[in-house]
Write a protein that binds this ligand. Structure first.
Ligand code: AKG
Ligand code: FE2
Length: 323
């Protein structure tokens, strides 16, 4: 970054990258190397997730982990920029789970991460539509006593927006394995419809209350999402996922990017958990979420030109709640 560059405190004022952490494609042809294959797109449609996609180099992971140290000990002022911030959200008193939403507003690396070309290309293909940032999240488990993230569907927490046309990208900031509490997915669960909230950081299996016996049996076929650091998985907003405790000697840190189709509306009029939203940006009922807090990340036709007709992508009508 230019030495004289003095960013304003709230980085949401910058609706494009502020540094050069990611080299951006300049032509349609340069986007091609980030393109998911037909096979990957089909696997997402079928299973509700895909993984093994590199988003960050080791060096970039290093930059983000340095910034993460700062984010985990922010001052009062910066803390106000987060939509949600819990140094320890674990319900088990012997465990720790750092969970924060909004880090992209606070440090340049997390800000620029949302413009990672590998992230943007894959998200465009899996949403099948131009999209905006909904928000980012940090889920960090320390070594030895890292807490769980209970089985859940992301969209059960997001019904204050509509329609359901969202996508989650989970990016490891450590090598994630079953030993240090990697994420798990339940394949095909994105076809089970929307389930109610059953808690995020307490009883791992609370979701059992709202599943049929047959569905619960399918949990036995859950898949560990083991990934080297810098690599990502993508999941549908209804795919059930969760992660167990970390008893290992390594931390398990991750950054999550949540995208929504451009044109997504606010839907909080009848939302029952308004308290949880008090620090979120304004989202008026039936109004397009297009303020600076929801930057437009990829338009597709503008960047891809004629390539747009060749890239494999999801038909939104078959996986999301859109006409
Ligand atoms: O990192 C975790 O264990 C939970 C992540 C999660 O819930 C998500 O990516 O939606
Ligand atoms: Fe989640």
């Amino acid at each position: 970054m230019n030495q004289s560059f003095q960013p304003v405190r709230d980085l949401s004022h910058y609706s494009s990258p502020i540094a050069d952490m990611f080299e951006q494609p300049k032509t349609a042809a340069e986007w091609e190397k980030y393109m998911l294959t037909e096979h990957q797109v089909a696997a997402f449609r079928e299973h509700g997730f895909i993984n093994g996609i590199q988003i960050l180099t080791e060096e970039q992971v290093g930059i983000l982990n340095e910034e993460l140290v700062k984010l985990q000990s922010v001052n009062e002022e910066d803390r106000k920029l987060f939509y949600h911030y819990e140094s320890n959200e674990a319900e088990d008193p012997g465990k720790v789970l750092f969970h924060a939403i909004g880090g992209w507003r606070v440090t340049p690396g997390f800000h620029d991460l949302i413009w990672s070309p590998a992230y943007r290309m894959a998200t465009y293909q899996l949403l099948g539509h131009p999209f905006r940032l909904f928000h980012d999240q940090l889920f960090c488990k320390p070594a030895l006593h890292g807490g769980v993230v209970a089985w859940h569907q992301d969209f059960s927490y997001w019904t204050f927006t509509k329609p359901m046309h969202h996508l989650t990208c989970w990016i490891g900031l450590d090598d994630a394995t079953t030993e240090n509490g990697c994420l798990y997915y339940v394949p095909h669960s994105h076809k089970w419809g929307l389930l109610p909230i059953t808690g995020l950081t307490g009883d791992m299996t609370a979701i059992k209350e709202v599943l049929t016996d047959e569905q619960f049996a399918i949990f036995e076929k859950k898949i560990p999402n083991e990934l080297p650091k810098g690599y990502a998985s993508f999941h549908h907003p209804l795919t059930i996922h969760g992660s167990y405790a970390n008893y290992s000697e390594r931390p398990r840190r991750a950054v999550v990017l949540n995208a929504m189709a451009d044109g997504t509306l606010g839907n909080s009029a009848n939302y029952e958990r308004l308290d949880a939203l008090h620090n979120f940006p304004a989202m008026e009922q039936d109004q397009v979420l297009d303020s600076r807090f929801f930057p437009l990340l990829f338009e597709g036709d503008r960047e891809l030109g004629a390539l747009i007709n060749e890239i494999p992508r999801i038909d939104p009508a078959c996986l999301y709640n859109v006409e």
